[in-house]
Design a protein around this ligand. Structure first.
Ligand code: DQA
Length: 145
């Protein structure tokens, strides 16, 4: 089982950016945790982070035929990107959305998630543990098909 884990803009700044919102763990720590969780769950993952919308679209397209599912935190593109929504719909791979913070309790402009419209589930407000929960959810989903 191969899962692509995508992180959008500014997620590479974890640990530095707004620690009161996103916590004090660094992006390198998140990358390590993702690999540990993958090993624990017996799944293969590839990690991808980009600050560029088109690069994320390219990566989602390239996942077609090469991955069984996607875990995605589109970060700010969550609330703006119809291109990422369309890419997720195009490849039609089961995708799970993650947000480190509880976006539902934040600004009005964060209340819409375009990417979420193509996802089977969303985890938010759980900190980095949300990625772990998303991997477990996706694994169970793929195994139950
Ligand atoms: C985020 C929430 C988004 O609104 C924000 O733009 C981010 C991170 C989160 O993980 O909580 O960059 O996706």
């Amino acid at each position: 089982m191969k899962i692509l884990v995508i992180n959008g803009p500014n997620i590479n700044m974890l640990g530095i950016r707004e620690p009161g919102v996103y916590g004090s763990q660094s992006f390198a720590q998140l990358q390590r945790l993702l690999n540990e969780w993958a090993q624990e769950l017996g799944i293969e993952i590839e990690q991808f982070q980009s600050n560029h919308e088109g690069s994320i679209v390219d990566k989602i397209q390239a996942a077609y035929g090469n991955f069984d599912g996607i875990v995605i935190n589109p970060a700010a593109y969550t609330h703006t990107s119809i291109a990422i929504l369309d890419a997720l719909k195009a490849v039609a791979l089961p995708a799970v959305e993650v947000h480190i913070s509880d976006v539902s309790a934040r600004e009005d402009f964060r209340q819409i998630s375009y990417a979420g419209m193509a996802c089977i589930h969303t985890f938010m407000g759980l900190g980095l543990e949300g990625y772990h929960q998303a991997m477990i959810y996706l694994k169970n989903h793929l195994e139950s098909r």
